[in-house]
Design a binder for this molecule. Structure first.
Ligand SMILES: O=c1nc[nH]c2c1ncn2[C@H]1C[C@H](O)[C@@H](COP(=O)(O)OP(=O)(O)OP(=O)(O)O)O1
Ligand SMILES: [Mg+2]
Length: 230
């Protein structure tokens, strides 16, 4: 299947995450492509995500669902890597606070782990800028650590053969408390310095323009377009 083929009107994304589905719907919808997800196939059982990397897990999910549906499939494996936690929760982002997965519990645990380390200022990488927050200070938000969102997207054919595997990253900082009601997952704790807002305070369009997922998907499209030229 070629995503840019005008005959392609539908893609299957191997995710149960409603937040991801909405973002993919906005991104693919702009191209007139309808998104199907595992929310449309409730009988498909949970797929063990036991890879060591986002890329490995994206391939595992894509291949598992391609084998069941006998169709090409896209999968997204993503998460948050926090500098002061040595890259945690990383591939364990969804189950950071244990299972069943719970965004609120995960956010609470992230704050607990960072607060346990003490004030971020003692761990500065020398980039204390004018808008780096200080508790009780100017009203700027307090940030506990640098972090990045990472998203791997795998695209496999009906036989499970890898067609493309791409990754996008979005740098930011972890806030000391939630801000905003949009997005999903860790978005309320993820501050985007260049916009001066949390991910959960962005519109869908703003988030997709800068997010790890938006970047990964645009890389996928670019790769597929390039492949069609040769
Ligand atoms: O844009 C994002 N904004 C906020 N949080 C995010 C984002 N992107 C990933 N995340 C978090 C959510 C979850 O804690 C983990 C993904 O885990 P991940 O296994 O890839 O997804 P999932 O289990 O929710 O759904 P599924 O595996 O069915 O695709 O990282
Ligand atoms: Mg998952």
């Amino acid at each position: 299947m070629r995503l840019h083929d005008p005959k392609v009107t539908e893609v299957v994304i191997a995710t149960k995450n409603a937040g991801k589905v909405k973002e993919f719907e906005a991104l693919f919808g702009a191209q007139g492509i309808v998104v199907r997800s595992l929310r449309d196939y409730p009988d498909i059982a949970d797929i063990p995500e036991d890879g060591d990397t986002f890329a490995a897990n994206a391939l595992i999910k894509a291949r598992a669902v391609a084998a069941i549906l006998g169709a090409p499939v896209i999968a997204d494996d993503s998460g948050l890597a926090v500098d002061r936690l040595g890259g945690a929760p990383g591939v364990y982002s969804a189950r950071y606070a244990g299972e069943p997965c719970d965004d609120t519990a995960n956010n609470r645990k992230l704050l607990e782990e960072l607060r346990r380390l003490g004030p971020a200022s003692t761990d500065s990488e020398g980039e204390a800028g004018p808008d780096r927050g200080a508790a009780g200070g100017s009203g700027e938000p307090v940030r506990l650590s640098g972090a990045q969102f990472i998203c791997s997207i795998a695209f496999v054919d009906a036989e499970g053969k890898q067609i493309a595997l791409v990754q996008g990253e979005c740098p930011g900082e972890v806030l000391d408390g939630p801000r905003g009601a949009g997005g999903f997952g860790y978005d309320p704790l993820f501050y985007v310095p260049q916009l001066g807002r949390s991910m959960a305070e962005l519109t869908m369009e703003e988030k997709n323009a800068i997010s790890h997922r938006g970047q990964a998907l645009r890389k996928l499209w670019a790769e597929l377009e390039e492949a069609e030229r040769v």
